[in-house]
Write a protein that binds this ligand. Structure first.
Ligand SMILES: [Cu+2]
Length: 158
């Protein structure tokens, strides 16, 4: 009886002091790191960066400011969620130059759909579109939730 009790106390003490510690650590260090939230992983900007504001009042007004820009080949457009989000940038596949889709697929991170960037929900969230290797020409895009409000943009690469 006394021996059994002693054994129990010793075993408990070993656990409390970190018995099997090696096994526990091994399990913990093998856990995968948490994935970053969608839409927050920054793309690597290329070339000069041109900022475009995404604005709106949350109901009847939404737009890109400016809604027409000209950039140099290989430049980056940085979309900034200013107000009235969520906003995103989506390009019409038939409103970009031949070869443009492949370049944009490489230059747009965390896309939700073909040529469609993630929603920016928090104020000052940004999203970079790299036009690295994008052919010269006109690229027309829109904000998916606000297309009915006419939230469109024209980007000329020249
Ligand atoms: Cu929008």
């Amino acid at each position: 009886m006394r021996f059994a009790l002693l054994t129990t106390v010793v075993a408990f003490g070993a656990l409390a002091c970190g018995g099997n510690k090696g096994d526990q650590n091994q399990t913990q260090t093998q856990a995968a790191p948490p994935a970053p939230p969608a839409g927050t992983a920054p793309a690597t900007p290329t070339g000069p960066v041109t900022e475009v504001k995404m604005t709106g009042n949350g109901s009847t007004k939404a737009g890109f400011e400016p809604n027409s820009i000209t950039i140099a080949p290989g430049a980056t457009v940085r979309f900034v969620n200013v107000a009235g989000g969520p906003h995103n940038i989506t390009f019409w596949p038939d409103s970009i130059p031949a070869g443009g889709a492949a370049a944009l697929n490489a230059g747009m991170k965390n896309t939700m759909d073909n040529l469609s960037g993630p929603f920016l929900t928090n104020p000052n969230d940004t999203y970079d579109v790299s036009f690295a290797n994008a052919p010269k020409g006109t690229y027309k895009g829109y904000c998916t939730p606000h297309l009915p409000l006419g939230m469109k943009i024209t980007i000329k690469v020249q």
